[in-house]
Design a binder for this molecule. Structure first.
Ligand SMILES: [Zn+2]
Length: 471
């Protein structure tokens, strides 16, 4: 028998049976325990055995089950009985820790159903293991809180909230929706939220209310893109209404009207300009709507909020009564969002951000089918190689806190352990001793190994990965 085909050095293989689909491997630990976990006495006596069945990494295309012959002992000193500890086993999930780790990584790229089939467990277990894995990642990967935050909508099966770093073109969080409660909860728990200076968003009232409630110091900015597209929509309403009233022959005279009308006047070529002139003569309303749309875009040539507001008032006065209903939404939105719209003139959102986010939204529907929201969120936030880093001095405080929690507790620990430590003195003395504090010089050297700030998942990298089918 090979020394250890499992490559699990803590275990001795006792026997292997196999069939077309499975390996069943009988093992026991290499070393029996030498002391009682309750009182540390070495005065132990065997007290029977039990079979512990756990799953391991699939091997040679077959599912692998380990049958661990686990020893039980009684301590002659304190009288308590215990089972030996099983190294490398996640006893909560009945699998090896390495399998849990592998499943977590796989679940970012593959469906839960596919992994469940390969490992030989239920999808329910894959979901639970994945959730542990993502929680582990979230404890080790921290994104910088943006000074300029974007809150937008993205469609992943349903409309979701995407939280971005506007200056760095990165995504730092995905929310299951954009309800006020969801956004409030997210902002409330956000480390460094007091440093957020601007929040760019579309005109979505629940988000505005959430930002005002939790980070009142942040200035809300409505991106130009969301405002001017309302002028396009208004013009489209006029165009569609007109088309409905026309005969098929007349309609043929309006070839490519949509794309021409949506263009800015300065971008029209000679032929398009000629067409537009013709349509305007025949259908004055269409010309009025086009010119009104163009003048609305012109508001954004203003160089200050005051100038913009004055231009808007002028524009509003110039709306012809025949098409006023089509443009009523804009007037209402400007009235409800005046300050955030005008803030743009002091703090414009970069085109680069708006454009890359819009491209991401366009390719996003290539993801989606067959995945839960949690999996999609993890795919995007924790995509390997997509994180944008920048070297900087490490944050000393954070390192300190992280080291205070032993890794095993963070990843697999039972919540009960924490409770014990928080209880009264007498109980704390009974609780297992926490790991010794790391020495100061060790702390310093670990801190200098990670001198990078992580700004989140780079939007253009994500787009490339999605287009290449790598996500
Ligand atoms: Zn004992």
């Amino acid at each position: 028998m090979p020394a250890n085909i499992l490559n699990l050095p803590c275990y001795k293989i006792l026997g292997i049976t196999e069939n077309e689909h499975d390996y069943h491997i009988d093992v026991e630990t290499q070393e029996a325990p030498t002391s009682c976990p309750h009182c540390q006495s070495s005065n132990l006596v065997g007290f029977g055995r039990r079979e512990q069945r756990v799953k391991d990494l699939p091997m040679h295309g077959r599912r692998v089950g380990l049958c661990i012959d686990t020893r039980r002992y009684r301590c002659r000193n304190c009288g308590k009985t215990f089972y030996e500890a099983l190294p490398g086993i996640d006893e909560k999930r009945l699998m090896t820790k390495r399998l849990a780790q592998w499943m977590g990584k796989q679940a970012i790229k593959r469906t839960f159903a596919g992994i469940a089939e390969e490992v030989g467990c239920t999808e329910f277990i894959v979901r639970a293991v994945f959730s542990d894995y993502v929680n582990g990642l979230e404890k080790t990967i921290r994104f910088e809180t943006p000074k300029w935050m974007g809150i937008d909508e993205i469609h992943l099966i349903k409309p979701r909230g995407v939280i971005a770093n506007v200056q760095n073109n990165t995504i730092v969080e995905l929310l299951p929706n954009r309800n006020k409660d969801t956004v409030v909860r997210f902002l409330h728990h956000l480390e460094g939220k007091d440093r957020i200076q601007h929040v760019a968003m579309d005109m979505w009232t629940p988000c505005r209310d959430a930002v005002r409630a939790v980070i009142p110091q942040a200035e809300i900015v409505v991106d130009k893109f969301h405002v001017v597209r309302m002028a396009n929509d208004a013009m489209e309403r006029v165009r569609k209404r007109l088309r409905e009233s026309l005969t098929p022959k007349q309609r043929r005279g309006l070839m490519h009207d949509r794309s021409v009308l949506l263009k800015r006047e300065r971008d029209l070529n000679d032929k398009e300009r000629l067409n537009l002139d013709g349509w305007t003569k025949n259908y004055p309303e269409l010309g009025e709507a086009y010119r009104l749309k163009e003048r609305f875009f012109g508001i954004y040539d203003a160089e200050s909020p005051d100038e913009a507001q004055a231009k808007f008032i002028q524009w509003q006065k110039s709306i012809p009564s025949g098409i006023a209903d089509a443009f009523a939404d804009i007037e209402r939105a400007w009235g409800n969002w005046t300050m955030p719209i005008l803030n743009y003139f002091n703090h414009p959102v970069t085109n680069a951000y708006t454009e890359s986010l819009n491209s991401l939204i366009r390719v996003m529907n290539r993801l989606g089918r067959g995945y839960s929201f949690e999996a999609l969120r993890a795919k995007i936030l924790f995509a390997e190689g997509a994180h944008k880093h920048k070297r900087s001095r490490p944050k000393f405080e954070r390192k300190e806190r992280k080291q205070a929690e032993p890794e095993s507790v963070m990843m697999y620990g039972l919540p009960g352990h924490f409770k014990n430590f928080e209880m009264g003195d007498s109980f704390a003395r009974m609780a297992p001793k926490p790991a010794p504090e790391p020495k100061p010089h060790i702390q310093k050297s670990t801190a200098s190994e990670k001198p990078e700030k992580n700004y989140g998942a780079d939007i253009s990298t994500l787009i490339r990965m999605i287009e290449a089918g790598n996500l």
